[in-house]
Design a binder for this molecule. Structure first.
Ligand code: MG
Ligand code: ZN
Length: 363
């Protein structure tokens, strides 16, 4: 009788403990990392002013992230992208390597090793700095031809962005390479190639796809032939066929470029395109419950300051910029889904890389 009672009590206690432990503490099957390049708190505020409600408001966990590089108070996207991808600080300009050029293993490589699917999506050339940090190892950020080679050898299953010129041999009129390597041919051997966003609609049964829709960088948001949200949705539909889970990195690349141009409207427009993709990722994750979504930036760009505007009219009317480069301010972070609580509070960009790797190492 006593025994029966105590086992019943233990059962109730277990139930209570289970219901008290937040679902955020379980390990996620899938991880989606969305990076707003150059997205500081002012960029976020301006975007919210104009959009009204932003997708990032749906995230229950928030934090702030320090961004300095190994040898510099102000980071560039290479050093910060390397920190987010590998958990290690490096010098500005260096991709996926330590300051002494020792190769640093990135989260994509850990995921691939564990049999997970992987994807990189960007609104820049896919060989540009931020996506490169998740698949390549080069000592100098402008080595786009070498990044393209690393991308082909990386095993990354989904590649959406621009930059097909870096995959074509120099004999081709649209080539951006100086050698005769035909990486498009190599990619065609491993991936389905799509040439326009129309191809995004016919990816049923497809497990590996590359869609590089521009020779170099895609144009600014209103001239692009598709949205970051549509690319994210297509990437998710392909990657979710992996039973072992996936890692997907999505970059809103051009928030940063508008910051460099001190173009407030451009920042807002690019932010909204990025935030729409955040909403798509959040919808997808919330519908399944097994996916961690993290939104972060690599650094702030422009020293963007909001001086006047109207919540009612949803306008930002007066701004200033303190630089045409990056600043050292902390950047916002949002997390949602299992494991999200590991990303709260004040973190360094290397903490994010380390914690992402922990989720994929030795699965
Ligand atoms: Mg970038
Ligand atoms: Zn920049």
């Amino acid at each position: 009788m006593t025994h029966r009672f105590s086992s019943a009590a233990a059962g109730i206690l277990t139930l209570l403990l289970l219901s008290c432990s937040p679902s955020q503490d379980r390990a996620p099957l899938n991880v989606i990392l969305l990076i707003g390049d150059g997205m500081g708190v002012a960029q976020l505020t301006a975007g919210k002013t104009v959009k009204g409600t932003i997708s990032m408001e749906r995230f229950p966990v928030a934090g702030l992230v320090t961004t300095h590089a190994a040898g510099s108070y102000i980071t560039d996207s290479a050093a910060s992208g390397t920190a987010l991808a590998t958990g290690h600080k490096t010098d500005n300009g260096v991709i996926g390597m330590a300051p002494d050029h020792m190769v640093l293993k990135n989260v994509t490589e850990y995921a691939e090793e564990s049999g997970c699917a992987t994807g990189l999506v960007a609104t820049s050339a896919i060989t540009h700095v931020t996506p490169a940090c998740f698949a390549a190892h080069v000592p100098e950020r402008h080595m786009y031809a070498e990044v393209a080679e690393d991308l082909c050898e990386s095993g990354v299953d989904v590649l959406f962005g621009g930059g097909y010129g870096y995959f074509l041999p120099s004999s081709h009129p649209q080539s951006l390479r100086t050698d005769d390597r035909n990486l498009m041919k190599s990619l065609a051997g491993t991936h389905r190639l799509i040439y326009t966003p129309a191809g995004l609609d016919s990816l049923a049964d497809c497990e590996r796809v590359a869609g590089l829709f521009y020779q170099g960088h895609p144009p600014a948001v209103h001239e692009r032939n598709t949205t970051l949200s549509a690319l994210t949705e297509a990437a998710l539909s392909v990657l979710s066929r992996s039973r072992r889970g996936f890692f997907l990195m999505v970059e809103g690349s051009q928030i940063d470029w508008s910051g460099h141009d001190n173009d407030s409207q451009g920042i807002i427009d690019e932010f909204i395109d990025f935030d729409d993709a955040v909403g798509t990722a959040a919808d997808w994750a919330l519908a399944r419950g097994n996916t961690l979504v993290i939104v972060v930036a690599d650094h702030e760009t422009g020293g963007y300051t909001l001086l006047n505007g109207s919540i009612e009219e949803r306008t930002v009317t007066e701004v200033s910029f303190s630089t045409s480069y990056h600043t050292g301010s902390m950047v916002p972070l949002f997390a949602l889904g299992p494991g999200a609580s590991r990303f709260s509070g004040i973190l360094d960009n290397t903490d994010i890389g380390s914690r992402l790797i922990e989720l994929f190492r030795g699965r």
